[in-house]
Design a protein around this ligand. Structure first.
Ligand SMILES: Cc1cc2nc3c(=O)[nH]c(=O)nc-3n(C[C@H](O)[C@H](O)[C@H](O)COP(=O)(O)OP(=O)(O)OC[C@H]3O[C@@H](n4cnc5c(N)ncnc54)[C@H](O)[C@@H]3O)c2cc1C
Length: 419
């Protein structure tokens, strides 16, 4: 794609150097923009570093579900629930929870599923050019992905979701317990059946992917400002960022890609948006990647076991409890207890990690212009799918700022949908 010479001198600042911000940066550079990334933390070191490594282009089933109402007692009170809530936090942020529940109604869930499914079909249109550009194709493996079901009832409970995925052309084949054992001989717990999605890919290490994207970005002249943006001022000509060392930084355009923290920056006109965080955890076991041949998930338990380049990661769980950095030991114990039922794992992991998924109550991202200024583009809220959707989000952001026709209809991702 030829870089437009008209953009040569246009300067875009991006707040946030997670996988979303980095992907926007590379796509904008491809279009000829001059780009600066602003982030106090090392690139890719936030939520983007600790995920389950799966390019989940099959992941069109949101956590919003009509069954939430029926399952709530189990979800809230069972020690083996994949979900945990801090009642005080939920009570203080009741509007988000009520909106989330409102988006668990069947018509809303159907809309979310359709939107996610359509968007996910574009995953590789956004990702492949970045892998090519940054020479990172070797970081992706296509070994498939396995959903496991302990009982026939567990399998039957997801019948509608299975059928929906099949209608979308997502090809998952049924495997019985013998086939599971053959494909993953180290699984010690018997599973009744599974679904194997052969086309699924995984990233060997999401931090390495971000590092390589970042190197590519700087090699192409990108500037990195290792500071926090406190406030943004938009005027007729562009934007000015107020940084936490007191300096001002001006650019023609701005992309807000600060993940779960995006609405906490003053002056962007989006403080009213219902962004919250689904806290997620991982445990990592160094040197144990050989225990699995592909990512697996015991569907009902809400986390993945993913083989990486140098270890095995157990990643997932959802906790609604706000932005405190303090880890909830019960969530970590949950991951450890259940994963140890599945594989022979040491009693102590080598790493315990907490991250903050950026989540809107309708499980759709925000991609579009800020209501405050056409100089500001928003790109956040990718909840469980940020690694997967980063490339296509970057492509869309670059198309928006380049005033080109968009490769995907983003009206469902508009920030105005909550007005
Ligand atoms: C346990 C777990 C498992 C997951 N598994 C998967 C998976 O397998 N596949 C998948 O597709 N997705 C997965 N995800 C989701 C995915 O990791 C996220 O959606 C994605 O990382 C979000 O990226 P981001 O760039 O928006 O946010 P982040 O990675 O959090 O980056 C945001 C950046 O903004 C910076 N920032 C914040 N405030 C400011 C400010 N004021 N000024 C400047 N910078 C600022 C932060 O320092 C940070 O670096 C998982 C998430 C979790 C928690």
């Amino acid at each position: 794609m030829p870089a437009s010479s008209a953009n040569k001198k246009k300067h875009v600042a991006i707040i946030g150097a997670g996988v979303i911000g980095l992907s926007c940066a590379l796509w904008l550079q491809k279009k000829g923009f001059k780009v600066s990334l602003v982030d106090p933390s090392p690139p890719g070191s936030g939520t983007s570093s600790g995920n389950a490594c799966v390019i989940a282009d099959y992941g069109c089933i949101p956590i919003n579900s009509p069954s939430v109402f029926k399952d709530l007692p189990h979800l809230l009170f069972s020690k083996d629930s994949p979900l945990a809530l801090n009642p005080l936090y939920v009570a203080r942020h009741l509007p988000w929870s009520l909106r989330f529940l409102a988006h668990c109604r069947p018509t809303k869930v159907a809309h979310i599923k359709n939107q996610l499914a359509q968007f996910l079909t574009k995953t590789y249109d956004g990702l492949n050019p970045l892998l090519e550009l940054s020479n990172t194709k070797h970081l992706l493996r296509q070994d498939g992905m396995m959903h496991l079901f302990k009982t026939k009832q567990e399998f039957e409970a997801v019948k509608a979701d299975r059928e929906f995925r099949a209608q979308q052309g997502i090809n998952s084949i049924y495997i019985n317990s013998d086939e599971i054992r053959e494909l993953e001989p180290n699984l010690k717990m018997p599973f009744e059946c599974g679904l194997l999605t052969k086309a699924a890919r995984r990233v060997l290490n999401p931090q390495t992917l971000s590092n390589t994207y970042f190197d590519c970005f700087t090699q192409q002249g990108g500037k990195y400002i290792k500071l926090r943006t406190k406030q943004v001022q938009a005027n007729e000509d562009g934007v000015t960022l107020h940084l936490n060392n007191g300096e001002l930084f001006s650019a023609d355009k701005l992309v807000v890609a600060a993940g779960a923290f995006s609405t906490q920056i003053d002056g962007t006109g989006i403080a009213h948006l219902p962004l919250d965080t689904e806290r997620g955890y991982h445990l990592q076991y160094n040197g144990l990647q050989h225990l699995l041949n592909r990512p697996v998930t015991w569907n009902r338990r809400g986390f993945y076991l993913s083989p990486m380049d140098k270890g095995l990661r157990v990643a997932g769980s959802v906790e609604i409890a706000g932005y405190s950095e303090q880890k909830n030991q019960r969530r970590l114990n949950y991951l450890q207890r259940i994963s140890s039922q599945m594989l022979d794992l040491p009693s102590q992991p080598d790493q315990e990690w907490l991250g903050f998924r950026p989540t809107m109550p309708d499980s759709l991202p925000i991609i579009g212009h800020s209501p405050r200024s056409t100089h500001i583009v928003l790109a956040f809220g990718h909840h469980h799918l940020g690694l997967t959707l980063a490339g296509i989000t970057g492509k869309l952001v670059a198309e928006l700022l380049n005033n080109e026709p968009l490769c995907h209809d983003i009206s469902a991702f508009s920030p105005q949908r909550f007005d």
